[in-house]
Every structure is written in structure tokens, then in C-alpha cells.
Design a protein around this ligand. Structure first.
Ligand SMILES: [Zn+2]
Length: 274
């Protein structure tokens, strides 16, 4: 049977020798094509590790993930990249079906196992997986670097997307953290593929991270320019006035998202004073 190409819903799409995606049928403004649940194992391992169970109330997705691993007993462990409901909502259904221990940065999403630690090395499904705490999209975001012989892949959650750039959560996301995390990911080196939480997989992490850093730098410059024009400081400006300056050409339906982004960048400028 030919391997399906992205996007293909609720089927296993093999991406490389260790990883396959099961794309959930939950497309939307924040979800893109839908949430990617990743299933991975070393070629000689009988059992799998699942990364990000997917959204709540999605039994067809839970069943597709279990089928992709050859049955509920074949899932050795579950890992969570971050707390957002479209990644964690299906967790308890998958745990109920498989009994698999689950690890995440936050204890809230752990089941029968301890929270992840930065730079921890996991031995799971025959793979060696390095945990990198990469806050910014949310405070609890981790990126998982799977490093079997010769083929490196980064499970990036929503820190690096297959398409577009992520919004930073106004609750506990932070541009300062995000820029630090991107700079860390740039050190991973060339030839590491990206297995993102949304969108297609990407062949090389580093150029994407450089583009993200450049994109954020340009936006910060545009916002500094708007502050100059308005004669205001990041602390006292009305964010909507900055949106009107920077995003004058934007479709008004996207202004709420632009307002979020502007707030994130103003907070950064206020924190750093640069
Ligand atoms: Zn997210």
C-alpha cells in the first residue's frame, strides 16, 4: 500500500525509519490541518512510544493511534509536548485503553510516572530521546530529540510548526523564553528533521529556526517603529493603536490574533528595554 501524503486523516503515515504520524481530523484556526500524534520506535523494537494523544472526545483518533501501534499492549509509553487541549485532551482515553505510563513537563499531565526534566535522556521503544525544555509557546513546552543511529528527529510540539509560526499563549507563553528556546534549538545542528505538532514534517530544523528568529526580529522592529510614530512606550501604549499601525493591511478578522502578538512583543520590549 502506498504511504499517504500529508494531510491524510486517521491513518498511519510513515515519515522515516522510526516515526509515523497519525493526523487527527480536527482542523481549525489554531490547529491548522489538525493535531499530529506521533508514534515512534526503533526498527528492532516491538513496542512504540506515542507523543501527544490529541484532542478530547476523539475516539476515532484514539483507535487510529492504537491501531498504528498494532494494539493497546504495544504502547510502551506516552509523552506530552505541552498542555494545550488539542494535544492532551485525548490522554485519559488513551491511558484507559493502554495503561501506558505518561510523562510531561507538568505533573498535571503525567500518569503513573514522574515529570520530565531538562536534558533528561529517555530510553523508550528502543530509542534514545533527549528532553529539551523549550518554553515560549507555553511555559511547559518541551522538544524531544530522538537520536537513533544516523537519523535525528525533533518532536517539536507547537514550538516549531510544519507551516507558519506559532502564537505564544498569553497565559504563560513568553517571547523572551521563546527566543531563548529557538536559540537553543539552532544549536542542535543541521540534518535534524522536524516532526511538528501541526503541519507536515520538515527535513531540516536549523533553517526554520533561523527564519523564526528573523521573523520575530522584523516584527519587533516594526513595533518599535510604531512606538516611535505614536510617541509611546511599551508600558503605556494602547496595543490596539500598535495593531492599527503595524497591521494596517491585515484582514480585520485576523486582528484578534494580531492583538495577541502585539501584546506578547510589547511585554518583551517592556521586560528587556531593547
Ligand atoms: Zn499548542
Amino acid at each position: 500500500m502506498p504511504n499517504p501524503s500529508h494531510p491524510a486523516y486517521e491513518v498511519r503515515r510513515q515519515v522515516n525509519t522510526i516515526a509515523a504520524a497519525v493526523l487527527c481530523d480536527n482542523p481549525g484556526p489554531l490547529e491548522g490541518d489538525g493535531t499530529n500524534t506521533w508514534v515512534l520506535r526503533a526498527p528492532d523494537s516491538p513496542r512504540w512510544v506515542v507523543v501527544d494523544p490529541g484532542p478530547p472526545d476523539s475516539p476515532a483518533h484514539t483507535q487510529a493511534v492504537i491501531a498504528a501501534c498494532g494494539g493497546p499492549d504495544q504502547i510502551e509509553a506516552i509523552l506530552v509536548t505541552h498542555r494545550h487541549y488539542d494535544h492532551t485532551g485525548g490522554l485519559d482515553d488513551l491511558v484507559a485503553a493502554t495503561g501506558a505510563p505518561t510523562r510531561a513537563w507538568s505533573a498535571q499531565w503525567c500518569r503513573g510516572a514522574a515529570p520530565l526534566e531538562d536534558r533528561e535522556i529517555l530510553e523508550v521503544a528502543g530509542l534514545r530521546v533527549v528532553v529539551l525544555h523549550t518554553p515560549g509557546h507555553t511555559a511547559d513546552s518541551v522538544s524531544l530529540l530522538a537520536d537513533p543511529a544516523g537519523e535525528r528527529a525533533l518532536l517539536a510540539g507547537d514550538t516549531v510548526l510544519g507551516r507558519g509560526t506559532p502564537l505564544l499563549d498569553p497565559e504563560d507563553g513568553s517571547l523572551r523564553d521563546y527566543l531563548t528556546s529557538l536559540t537553543l534549538l539552532a544549536q542542535v545542528g543541521r540534518g535534524c528533521s522536524v516532526l511538528p505538532g501541526h503541519g507536515p514534517d520538515l527535513p531540516d530544523l536549523v533553517p526554520v529556526v533561523h527564519y523564526y528568529l528573523q521573523h520575530r526580529a522584523h516584527r519587533l522592529d516594526a513595533i518599535r517603529g510604531a512606538l516611535d510614530t505614536l510617541g509611546a512606550t511599551p508600558q503605556d501604549v494602547e496595543p490596539q493603536a500598535v495593531v492599527a499601525q503595524v497591521y494596517a493591511d491585515l484582514d480585520p478578522s485576523l486582528w484578534p490574533a494580531a492583538l495577541l502578538t502585539v501584546r506578547t512583543h510589547l511585554e518583551f520590549l517592556a521586560q528587556t528595554g531593547v
